[in-house]
Each structure stands twice: as structure tokens, then as C-alpha cells.
Design a protein around this ligand. Structure first.
Ligand SMILES: [Mn+2]
Length: 424
């Protein structure tokens, strides 16, 4: 399926008068609305290839129909999202689920949809059919040198595919760890993991980055070999300047102060990538902003302030990706909601009066400092986000357009009701 621009224009025309009134009303009270919109238009969030089908829990998986059955269809789906919001201009692939049989052809197809390839993701948390050695007891941490080497070789292969597609970063997430006390020597597991990462690092092209993603627990429940931001930072620091920490919002212990983590990693020049999702309990992988929108805003506030302090380009200098899995919703609708939540939090973060906040802090005016942040958070920026979309040729209301165009029904018609996305 492909969405024609004329169809988007037609739907936008129906909303034009109401939208204009709404936007003008809200924009009137903002001093930097044009600058905010320029930044929103430039800001692109990568969509992971594994978020396009029905997700699941260990208890089951319910098909939604019309799921992409191959890499070409996954690119087509991200293309649909990008056409609707002009903010999903990148796709993040997972090897071995998305091995391109003809890289030049895949690259051309992505370009046709206006997409580039974001970070490549390796997988040593599952055994693949025909794989020689098992990752049951870990990959890079494994006590067996042969298994560690197999995991290193896999990552080098992922870099090779990424080079062919024009990606320039590798995300390594390890499920390595232990589920029972006594199972692992923590120091040996760390050293083995570090050596493996060093071998992978040595295989990085000059202009590439490697992101070391951490996670507090699951699938291992006693220890994780990259369990928190401190451990990730330790690996990244020992690896060198091309290695960075990656923050996934769902990978912390409950109530962790993620905004503070982000702030300090940025200060240390070690924040490289970001995975958006939301959660109430653990790594719930819920729609971005569906549970804790204020936390999302506070995180964005630290991201914006921290990047500005270092003169970084918001759109280009960090890797932005949604990392979520869906068991109930149509994943494309869910991704449209997630991108919108990200844009809203980003726009609100851009509204914070830095100078006033700084003054309040310097005079220990706690009440005023809180008011300044909440003033920005409570500002209704939805029409500003919609106007940024309209100016970039996207739908004023992407979700409404998705439904009006009956995208899911069309995909089911094309691909069948029982198609299953490759991946988890
Ligand atoms: Mn992640």
C-alpha cells in the first residue's frame, strides 16, 4: 500500500479551518513558536523493524492481520508512518531477522519511502536455526571462548550488513547475566564481556558508533552483565570515543531518576542513543507517554538542556528510536501515538524558560523553579505539533488519516489476515 499525497491534502483541507483557529490561539501566547516548529520538523524518530507486527508476552501472541512478512513489507510500513507524520524517517534493523538479500535494492526501496537506516541491532539472546554453539549461558560473557567468538563474529557480520545499507551505528544489547546466586563470577563475566566488546569495537568503521544498551533485569533475574548505566558507562569508557551508552526508558529499576542519568551521561559525552517506550512496572514496552508523560517531559528537558550546553544538533547527534512491543493495539496506530507523544514532550521541553529557571535555582527559589517547569509541561502544544506536521506535508491528524484511509484493512487485503511478522 502506498498513501498518495493528494489524499493527505484532502483530509487536511477538511480540518484546515478548525486547525488554523486552534493553532493561532495557542501560538499567540508562545514567544518562540517558529523556532519550536523548525526543530520539530527536523526531528526524526527511528522505527524498529520488530515493532511492526503484533508483539506478545510469554503467555501468548495475538495476530492483528496484515503484518509485514519480510523486510520489504517492513520498510513499506515505516514508509506509511513517515508519509502520515513526516517524523519517522528512519528504520532500525535487527539481524538476523532482517538480513537484506540484496542490499542495494533494499537501500533504494527505503530511499523511495524517504527512509534512512538507523542503528543496526545484533542478536545474541536467541539461538538461531543451524547455529553451532548455544547462548543459553550467555554470549560475550560466556565461560567458553568459542561461544564468545561466535557472538563477536555475529556482531561483525551485523556491521557488514549495516555498511551496505548506509547505517553508521551498532546497538549491542546483551541478555547475558545470571539467574541464580553463585552462577557467575561477576568480574570474569565483566572481563569476558569487555574483551568481546573490544573485538567488536576494533571492527567498527571509522565513522561508526557502538551503543552499549543496559537493562536491569530480564531475561536474567539475579544479575545482568550490562545491568545499569554505570556498568554501560564503564564499558563505553574503556572501549573508547566511538562507544556510547544507550538509554532505554524501560530498562531501569522502578522509579529510577532517568532524567538525572541522561543529564550526567550527556555531560560526560557518553550518551549515544535513546529508546522510547513507557512502563508502569518493568520493561513493559507500552506506548510512549501513555503512563508517565511528566517523566517523559522531564527527560526531554534534560536532553534539550544538555545538548544545548554542548552545542549539539538535537536531530542528528543522538540516535532516537522507539522500542516498544504491542500485544493489543494495531502497532502502526501505536507508533503514530508514540511519535506524537515524543513530539509533544520535545516541544514542551523547548518552551522552558532557561534564564528564569537558572535565576530561580541560583536564588534557591524552589517554588518558582517547579512552576517554570510545570508551566511548560501544562502548555497545550498539540496544535503546534500539528502545524509543524502540516508544514512538512504530513497529515494534521495522522491517526485520523490512518483510520480514514483504512490502512489496516488494506494491508490485511494485501497480505492476508494470518500473516506474521518475522521477529520475536
Ligand atoms: Mn531497547
Amino acid at each position: 500500500m502506498q498513501i498518495e499525497q493528494s489524499r493527505i491534502d484532502e483530509l487536511n483541507a477538511q480540518l484546515a479551518a478548525g486547525h488554523k483557529r486552534n493553532f493561532e490561539f495557542h501560538a499567540a501566547s508562545l514567544t518562540n513558536v517558529e523556532a519550536v516548529m523548525d526543530k520539530l520538523i527536523a526531528f526524526q524518530v527511528a522505527i524498529p523493524s520488530w515493532a511492526l507486527g503484533a508483539g506478545g508476552t510469554r503467555f501468548g501472541r495475538f495476530s492483528i492481520g496484515g503484518e509485514p512478512g519480510n523486510l520489504e513489507e517492513k520498510i513499506e510500513d515505516v514508509g506509511l508512518l513517515h508519509k502520515l507524520n513526516q517524523s519517522s524517517g528512519a528504520i532500525s534493523l535487527h539481524i538476523p531477522w532482517d538480513i537484506p538479500s540484496d542490499a542495494a535494492k533494499i537501500k533504494a526501496l527505503a530511499a523511495h519511502h524517504g527512509l534512512v537506516f538507523d542503528a543496526m541491532n545484533s542478536n545474541t539472546f536467541q539461538d538461531q536455526p543451524g547455529q553451532k554453539l548455544s547462548y543459553k549461558y550467555g554470549s560475550l560473557q560466556n565461560v567458553d571462548k568459542g561461544i564468545r567468538q561466535q557472538a563477536v563474529d555475529h556482531n561483525l557480520e551485523v556491521i557488514k550488513y549495516g555498511k551496505e545499507l548506509g547505517s553508521n551505528s551498532l546497538t549491542v544489547w546483551l541478555s547475558d547475566g545470571s539467574s541464580f546466586p553463585g552462577q557467575l563470577n561477576f568480574r570474569k563475566a565483566f572481563q569476558n564481556t569487555l574483551e568481546g566488546l573490544q573485538d567488536i569495537y576494533a571492527g567498527l568503521p571509522e565513522d561508526w558508533k557502538v551503543f552499549v544498551e543496559y537493562k536491569a533485569f530480564e531475561p536474567n533475574f539475579y544479575s545482568m552483565s550490562v545491568g545499569d548505566w554505570g556498568q554501560s558507562l564503564l564499558y563505553a569508557s574503556k572501549l573508547g570515543p566511538k562507544a556510547y551508552t544507550l538509554v532505554d526508558l524501560g530498562h531501569h529499576l522502578p522509579n529510577a531518576n532517568i532524567e538525572q542519568i541522561v543529564s550526567l551521561l550527556l555531560m560526560e559525552k557518553k550518551l549515544g542513543g535513546f529508546h522510547f517506550n513507557d512502563s508502569k512496572y518493568g520493561d513493559d514496552d507500552l506506548t510512549v507517554g501513555s503512563m508517565r508523560p511528566y517523566q517523559l517531559f522531564l527527560i526531554f528537558r534534560e536532553l534539550v538542556e544538555g545538548m544545548d550546553a554542548r552545542g549539539m544538533n538535537h536531530a542528528k547527534d543522538l540516535g532516537w528510536m522507539i522500542d516498544a512491543s504491542h500485544n493489543i493495539k494495531d502497532p502502526l496506530e501505536d507508533l503514530l501515538q508514540s511519535v506524537e507523544a515524543i513530539q509533544i514532550a520535545y516541544a514542551q521541553a523547548l518552551l522552558v524558560d532557561d534564564k528564569a529557571l537558572d535565576e530561580a535555582r541560583e536564588s534557591n527559589d524552589v517554588v518558582r523553579a517547579q512552576e517554570i517547569l510545570q508551566q511548560a509541561f501544562r502548555t497545550d502544544v498539540r496544535s503546534v505539533v500539528a502545524e509543524a506536521r502540516r508544514r512538512s506535508g504530513a497529515a494534521i491528524d495522522p491517526l485520523g488519516a490512518y483510520r480514514a484511509m483504512k490502512v489496516r484493512d488494506t494491508l490485511i487485503g494485501e497480505r492476508g489476515a494470518v500473516s506474521k511478522a518475522t521477529g520475536l
